[in-house]
Design a binder for this molecule. Structure first.
Ligand code: SER
Length: 571
């Protein structure tokens, strides 16, 4: 069975059993507390906590998805048989629809449909905090699974992600000695004081790695021999070591998906993750080429990634991937040679030296570790990151000193202001952002939804769902509509309403945002008191649009599949 069919079969199985199939969310979540999407459940968090209603959004309490996921935690393991950075997670979820009985039965039945035999399963053995998961043990036994192994909290108890929230035991399915499916039962709520209470509506959150499942179904020895990877590996020169080929194949996939979701190389957050992947690949290319006249090209590799995955993920953008990669390559090659020379002159490499190589020559940890080999025998990631953090703390202190030590007087995540003067500016731009969204919907239709927003004293930046470039006339119309509302000196008001009522009133809201039970709804009202813009929002806003000045769109950009970005300012 090829990987396309494996995905299809998974989704169909759950669709036939009353699940709504939900597309993968992007690798960059809107939740600022997480860097990258690491599991299928992430986009469903508000449904588990009861902050959003699955019936309203999916017409079902049960969903299934194939989710693009990325974990940096396994980066040092890449090259063995089972670990990856980017991977696909197959998952079924229930928000108060069904629980252990059905979830375990589904897992068993689907494995049977795939023709796979379960080796053994693991079940939470209990401790003094929460008891053994006897229900799961019983259900597996009734189905006919005899090999049940009990494990502790560290392996089989999930969540909460913060200090409090839904959490619970999991049960895992093993095939050929490898864990393929993790089935989490959110049955408790952990309070901030550390006590656990049973949830009234428990949930199911499962995750199965597509790559590992494919190894079993295609009867391969490791993930790189499956059809998800072998066509990529085949393109790489024979002279490379097996591990190098695997790292390049894994990273090429990660790079392609990150760039296509709008990430660009930088020195922080997701941009830094992307930069590390790129620089490691570039280093392998460089070292290979140093001994020969030429090196191997990466374009065919990226093209192959798009060939393999493009059918399922439309957002893959080969041109963007190639462009961003070659730009980073040009930049990095300038210092790479000097960095390697410096490194070769060092007798041994500890965390400080490794950090210096990063700072002066842009060599990421993995590159230094790989080139230095034995000389960096004692170097580990933890120490490197400590050196990195210490440096960052120092430079942050420097920044604060530069700004007079005031720090920020406003930081809502979306709006940032350092002093009163900036506060006035970001407040105006914030109201302009609301008008911009209303205006975009006026010109382009109601499918336009907010996908992100970031406001500084100088400009607003608004991301929204729309699948093509805006024509010049459309941009002009959007700008004119906003300026019309500004010139008409309209009042801005807010009301406090229960969340449900606010949504029913037709106020716009940011889908991925988590809102409290009582929310503020800000409206810009026309001369008859009818809203021209109405949004759930914490503020602050101007009291009247006459305070704003002239609205000007600076540029439009694309930020990944189906999402566009507009930058604008007030003059
Ligand atoms: N959240 C669990 C995991 O990441 C199940 O989806 O494995």
């Amino acid at each position: 069975m090829n990987s396309q069919d494996i995905r299809k079969k998974f989704l169909k199985f759950f669709e036939d059993r009353g699940h709504t199939v939900v597309p993968s969310s992007p690798l960059i979540p809107d939740d600022p507390s997480v860097l990258l999407t690491t599991a299928g459940m992430q986009q469903f968090k508000p449904y588990f906590t009861g902050d959003a209603d699955p019936i309203r959004d999916f017409n079902s309490k049960n969903t299934a998805s194939v989710q693009k996921s990325f974990r940096t935690s396994d980066i040092d393991e890449v090259g063995d048989k089972t670990h990856l950075t980017f991977f696909e997670m197959l998952g079924n979820f229930s928000f108060g629809g069904y629980f252990k009985e059905e979830a375990i039965k589904y897992a068993y039945d689907l494995m049977k449909e795939y023709g796979l035999e379960i080796d053994y399963v693991t079940v939470f053995g209990g401790d003094d905090i929460t008891p053994k998961d006897e229900a799961s043990e019983r259900i597996w036994k009734e189905i006919g699974i005899d090999d049940i192994r009990f494990e502790g909290r560290e392996d089989l108890f999930w969540g909460p992600t913060g200090n409090e929230g839904p959490c619970g035991p999991s049960t895992e399915v093993y095939i050929d000695g490898v864990e393929v499916w993790n089935i989490v039962f959110n049955e408790y709520y952990r309070e901030s004081d550390g006590t656990y209470r049973k949830l009234k509506t428990p949930g199911v959150d499962t995750g199965m790695g597509l790559e590992r499942l494919t190894v079993a179904l295609q009867d391969k020895d490791n993930i790189f021999d499956t059809d998800l990877f072998s066509p990529i590996i085949e393109l790489l020169p024979d002279e490379l070591e097996e591990k190098q080929k695997r790292v390049i194949a894994d990273h090429a996939r990660g790079i392609s998906f990150l760039v296509s979701d709008g990430v660009r190389p930088s020195n922080k957050e997701a941009g830094y993750v992307l930069r590390r992947l790129m620089r490691r690949v570039i280093t392998h290319q460089y070292l290979y080429g140093e001994d020969r006249k030429d090196t191997f090209p990466l374009s065919p590799v990226f093209k192959k990634v798009v060939d393999i995955y493009g059918g399922f993920y439309d957002e893959l953008d080969l041109e963007a991937v190639k462009d961003v990669f070659s730009e980073e390559r040009d930049k990095f090659l300038k210092t790479l040679r000097r960095g390697i020379k410096e490194l070769n002159n060092m007798e041994s490499i500890n965390a400080e030296k490794a950090f210096k190589l990063y700072e002066s020559f842009g060599l990421p940890y993995e590159v230094t570790k790989e080139i230095a080999q034995d000389k960096a025998g004692k170097l580990n990631r933890e120490d490197f990151e400590k050196a990195f953090d210490e440096h960052r703390a120092k430079s942050r202190a420097g920044q604060e000193a530069k700004f007079g030590g005031h720090g920020l007087i406003l930081d809502t995540g979306e709006l940032k202001a350092r002093d009163k003067e900036e506060l006035v500016k970001v407040t105006r731009l914030h109201t302009a952002t609301h008008l911009l969204q209303a205006s975009l919907r006026n010109t382009l239709g109601d499918d336009v939804r907010q996908a992100g927003s970031d406001i500084t004293a100088k400009r607003l930046r608004f991301d929204f769902t729309f699948d093509r470039r805006l024509e010049d006339e459309e941009l002009q119309e959007v700008e004119d509509w906003v300026n019309d509302k500004i010139e008409r000196k309209l009042d801005v008001q807010f009301k406090e309403l229960p969340y449900e009522e606010a949504i029913e009133s037709g106020a716009l809201y940011f889908e991925r945002e988590k809102y409290p039970n009582t929310v503020k709804v800000y409206s810009v009202l026309d001369e008859d008191g009818k809203p021209v813009s109405k949004e759930l929002c914490g503020g602050p806003h101007v009291a009247n649009t006459s305070e704003m000045g002239k609205f000007k769109i600076i540029k439009q950009e694309s930020v990944g599949a189906g999402v566009r970005r507009i930058r604008a300012r007030l003059e």
